[in-house]
Design a protein around this ligand. Structure first.
Ligand code: DLL
Length: 432
């Protein structure tokens, strides 16, 4: 039997959802106009006032927001409430090392946790479950978001954070975890370790909630078979709160977007034009209930398709496909957002020329990043020890900027092929 955390919302009629969206959008536009001078200026530049927005049919009149706006407004420019009303920040890496900082009031945290609780309930979670959360805790939204959702459902929550696989497996077996939340790559790694250690008959897992990075249907089947569970997708981004913006139900054919909190649009990434339902394009979100960080028409850069086909689970909220790629050059490596410009910044700071190539692959379901860097002629050396020392220094500098380990390979000057058009900086060999 399908379970819902907030049945009256999750299965509401289309008329009801539209009524909520109309009312909340109008209210939110007033809130932003009065409290976020940065966005008010954008509206004024476009010649739009709150009076022009009477319903969701007027949404297209509002200006877009992008990560660049968040960078420009860093740290408080998009804040919609006095700081004294904010109780939390979460953060993600930005395009040049400046981070995106999202703010939350207690009410925002509460609604975010409701969204995560819906996702946990949709995979069968109840107060009798033991929910092991192996997403990172801290500034990343994965751990804190699902932690809050798990508490709301009443599960016994294991706040493991990511890493330390032996400890993960010890608690998983000793405390009988039934739901696992982590990135799909870490789930695959845990599954392999369980197989290697012969622990399969000691685990009680029944479901997994995996997101924060792209993963294929093949990967889903592999994890499901190895762990003997059902593996569900979950989507979100720091700017719109974190995980739980959308989540999969028993049908496993796309993720329901929590439309009582977020209005979704699909646009042409080149022209910004709103595309008809069923088109593939860039996903744009308008947060209609958030107080502290009320982003309107935020361009996610995620490419996907929306569908309103009736779902067998009984939920009525629109479904998004798995993201099929990005309209910018952001890479997601083991769940961490990485921009080539961050890598370039490190190379330049360390005195290297900006001739580099990033080779991304997925080995045993885990992402690998290799940074091939040309040495400047004066650095070039025949001494292997000298080159190894330089590579180590770069590995450390990249770790400090990106938060993940990358392999560094220093190559001779002028050995990376020059392109006649745009430089080919990224070779992504992952099949997703
Ligand atoms: O990744 C929030 C999250 C945490 C989602 C835990 C799910 C589970 P950010 O670090 O801000 O937030 O990264 C957001 O990650 O724009 C997508 O490109 C990508 N992404 C998130 N979920 C998925 C998914 C978190 N299920 C960016 N499939 C987004 C593919 C995803 N890509």
């Amino acid at each position: 039997m399908e379970r819902y955390y907030q049945p009256e919302i999750e299965t509401a009629s289309r008329e009801q959802i539209t009524a909520w969206q109309n009312e909340r959008l109008v209210k939110q536009v007033h809130h932003v106009w009065e409290n976020v001078p940065y966005y008010r200026k954008k509206m004024e530049e476009k010649g739009v006032t709150p009076d022009d927005i009477q319903s969701i049919d007027d949404l297209h009149k509002l200006p877009f927001l992008t990560k660049d706006d968040l960078r420009e407004g860093y740290p408080y420019g998009l804040l919609g409430m006095p700081l004294s009303e904010c109780v939390r920040i979460q953060s993600t890496s930005g395009t040049t090392g400046k981070r995106v900082v999202a703010f939350y009031t207690q009410h925002d945290v509460d609604l975010w946790e409701d969204c995560c609780a819906r996702a946990i309930t949709a995979v069968g979670g109840t107060k009798d479950d033991v929910c092991q959360i192996a997403y990172g805790y801290g500034l990343f939204t994965g751990g804190p978001g699902l932690n809050g959702g798990s508490h709301k459902v009443g599960c016994l929550t294991l706040p493991m954070s990511s890493g330390n696989t032996d400890r993960q497996l010890m608690f998983m077996t000793d405390l009988g975890a039934t739901i696992l939340c982590c990135t799909p790559s870490y789930a695959a790694y845990l599954a392999e370790s369980i197989e290697e250690k012969g622990l399969k008959d000691q685990i009680k897992l029944k479901a997994g909630i995996f997101g924060a990075e792209a993963w294929s249907e093949d990967m889903r089947h592999d994890i499901e078979n190895k762990l003997g569970i059902k593996a569900y997708d979950i989507y979100g981004l720091t700017e719109t709160s974190g995980p739980g913006v959308a989540f999969e139900c028993s049908e496993q054919t796309g993720m329901h977007i929590n439309e009582d909190h977020f209005i979704a649009e699909i646009i042409d990434p080149d022209t910004g034009e709103v595309l008809p339902e069923g088109s593939k394009g860039e996903l744009v979100f308008t947060a209609i209930t958030k107080e502290a960080f009320p982003l309107l028409r935020y361009r996610t850069k995620d490419i996907c398709v929306l569908s309103r086909k009736k779902c067998s689970c009984g939920r009525t909220h629109v479904k998004m496909s798995k993201p099929m790629g990005r309209s910018d050059d952001m890479l997601i490596i083991r769940g961490v957002n990485v921009f080539p410009s961050q890598i370039e910044t490190v190379l330049l700071q360390q005195g290297y020329p900006a001739n580099y190539q990033l080779v991304v692959d997925r080995v045993n379901h885990s992402d690998t990043l290799e940074v091939m860097v040309e040495m400047a002629p004066e650095m070039f050396s025949d001494s292997l020890a000298e080159i190894t020392k330089r590579e180590k220094e770069l590995v450390n500098a990249l770790k400090a900027m990106l938060g993940i380990m990358a392999k560094v390979k220093l190559v001779a000057p002028k050995s990376i092929a020059r392109s006649e058009g745009k430089a080919v900086r990224i070779i992504d060999n992952r099949k997703i």
